[in-house]
Design a protein around this ligand. Structure first.
Ligand code: PLP
Length: 428
């Protein structure tokens, strides 16, 4: 019996499923999770002493890898000055200025403690500004676990949403309309049908929570147009893509300016931080400037702000994003060669260092396509990959991440393991 399985047994007696976030339990791929003892650079080391090359990177925040020395030093120094004040501090201003410099559409922002808080607050603001109640989201997009987002499509794009989870009031779920990703016509139909009632579209500009899906080049410009035409707001949920797919996030890469942006993950450097922001005239409606209430005991936490700031400063180094993109391209090219050699159909994609692979000939343009991929093969492959000391997200519907701590040698080692694991998974 390993120490991880002992801990997992104990965990299951005191935590739902033994975890504090569901996918960590490995249910989608079978098997049980390893428990982490420590982490450094590209590696996680479990309580049994096994070391894994980590492509989960805490589900996105760790663009510099684990325990980066510059972030560690910033955290240490900040903590020495006390770790929560309940009063403003300089680091909040510095981080906000850095975010605005990198994302000019985010003129004013509010820091919160998670991506979930950011998206729910952005939607509250959009509803307040427009005086409308409906929102549009896309099937397979994840915007945190607030009630209004736990909604999938019923049959047909214009169908009112049905709650995805018990506990979500049907009345609330009915305010969320859904459409397939990459289907601008379905969105236009929703706006026609519910004219004057839609407050906002919220979208992951590159989908990372249904596996990885790229937008068609005309998709986001079409969303921008339909929002402008009907007086609705466009919210880019950049919790995952922000400072990941480019220095200025997806909005820079796609050259589309949203009205509001939500951030999380990288902006906190691995500490609990989220943010929402956008046009000054909109953000002026947030309390205490305006009537839209939103608050937080630990919001703008000085240690978390220091971690976010130190992380963003490291990513400002010349060539940082180019180098990450090259490593990711190399990883996926290796995987594609392996798949071809083993006669396995895959569809791999990436934006910067955010990537994904589906077991299908593709193309994968939306959630329905993603759900038709071979998840059983993925589960066998995941298990074989893990046995070879490489940690991929334990679900076919999650993105992977490369960090600046991943060396070319580690990428090449990974390709060999992914290749061998593919042969094993296929043979079974
Ligand atoms: C992770 C994520 C969230 C939720 O953030 P939490 O910090 O987990 O609450 C929201 N939106 C997107 C796009 C995400 O990837």
């Amino acid at each position: 019996m390993t120490r991880s399985s002992e801990l997992f047994d104990r965990a299951k007696r005191v935590l739902p499923g033994g975890v504090n976030s569901p996918v960590r339990a490995f249910r989608a791929v079978g098997g049980t999770p390893f428990f982490v003892a420590h982490a450094e650079g590209s590696r996680l080391i479990d309580v049994d002493g096994r070391s894994y090359i980590d492509y989960v990177c805490s589900w996105g925040p760790l663009i510099l890898g684990h325990a980066h020395p510059a972030v560690l030093e910033a955290v240490r120094q900040a903590a020495q000055r006390g770790w929560t004040y309940g009063a403003p501090c300089e680091a909040e201003v510095e981080l906000a200025e850095e975010v605005r410099r990198r994302m000019p559409s985010v003129e004013i922002m509010r820091f919160v403690n998670s991506g979930t808080e950011a998206t729910m607050s952005a939607v509250r603001l959009a509803r307040a500004v427009t005086g409308r109640e409906l929102i549009v989201k896309f099937e397979g997009c994840y915007h945190g676990h607030a009630d209004g987002f736990l909604v999938k499509a019923g049959s047909g794009v214009a169908t009112l949403g049905l709650p995805d989870s018990p506990g979500v009031p049907a009345a609330l779920a009915s305010l969320t309309l859904t459409a397939p990703f990459n289907d601008a016509r379905a969105v236009a139909d929703l706006f026609r049908e519910h004219a004057g009632r839609i407050a906002a579209i919220i979208v992951e500009p590159y989908v990372g929570n249904a596996g990885f899906i790229s937008p068609d080049s005309d998709f986001h410009p079409a969303l921008r147009d339909v929002c402008d035409q009907y007086g609705a707001l466009l919210i880019f949920d950049e919790v995952m893509t922000g400072f990941r797919v480019a220095a200025g996030g997806a909005q820079e890469r796609l050259a589309v300016a949203p009205d509001l942006t939500t951030l999380g993950k990288i902006v906190g450097g691995g500490f609990p931080v989220g943010a929402y922001g956008g046009r000054a005239d909109l953000m002026k409606r947030i309390a205490p400037d305006g009537p839209v209430y939103q608050a937080g005991t630990l919001s703008g936490n000085p240690v978390a702000m220091a971690a976010g700031l130190a992380t963003l400063r490291e990513t400002n180094r010349p060539g940082f994003y180019e180098s990450l993109e090259q490593k990711t391209t190399r990883l996926l090219a290796g995987l594609e060669r392996a798949a071809q050699r083993h006669g396995v159909a895959i569809t791999a994609g990436h934006a910067g260092s955010m990537w994904g692979v589906y077991f299908t000939a593709g193309p994968v343009r939306n959630y329905a396509d993603a759900k038709r991929t071979d998840t059983a093969l993925f589960a066998r492959w995941h298990k074989a990959v893990l046995a070879r000391d490489v940690f991929l997200a334990p679900s076919a519907f999650e993105a992977g991440f490369v960090s600046s701590a991943h060396s070319d040698a580690e990428i090449d080692f990974t390709i060999e393991q992914l290749d061998a694991a593919l042969a094993e998974a296929r043979a079974r």
